[in-house]
Design a protein around this ligand. Sequence first.
Ligand code: FES
Length: 168
Amino acid sequence: MNIATATHTQKSSRQFLRVDDILDRFHHNPAKLIAILQAVQEEYRYLPEPVLSYVATRIKIPRARVFGVATFYSHFSLKPKGKHIIKICDGTACHVNKSGHLLDLIHKKLGLSDKKRTTDDLLFTVEKVSCLGACGLAPVVVIDERVHPQVQTAHLTQLIDELMHEEE
Ligand code: FES
């Protein structure tokens, strides 16, 4: 092996060290593919394509099967997600209570849209979600797993500003 190849291999194996730990935890068992992908997504906040290929090689299953599972479940994301995930509920009760205004506000504030959901600095991802099962609290916003009930635009602005200050 020449020096360039050796350096490249070392770099690659370092890059996948965390994936190797996850694969060890699941004994490289292809039957645990979903759990493996969940753990990888927790680690990276999304499923990077090179990592998916690496997982396929290491657990000896076709790459297409790994990508098939990763794209089948909406829970998985093949695109980078922000550090803070903001979910705006747009189910019927929330919609009637003007969740659309909240979404417009946050899109404008963060320079996002329905197509561009993550800020370039990877700090925020905004997702429109369907009913979260807390309709009595509409409109509902979930930020990093914390549920905020009956959110008004001023309150949402304040919550986002607080997160931005934390990150400064
Ligand atoms: S519609 Fe938003 S929680 Fe049910």
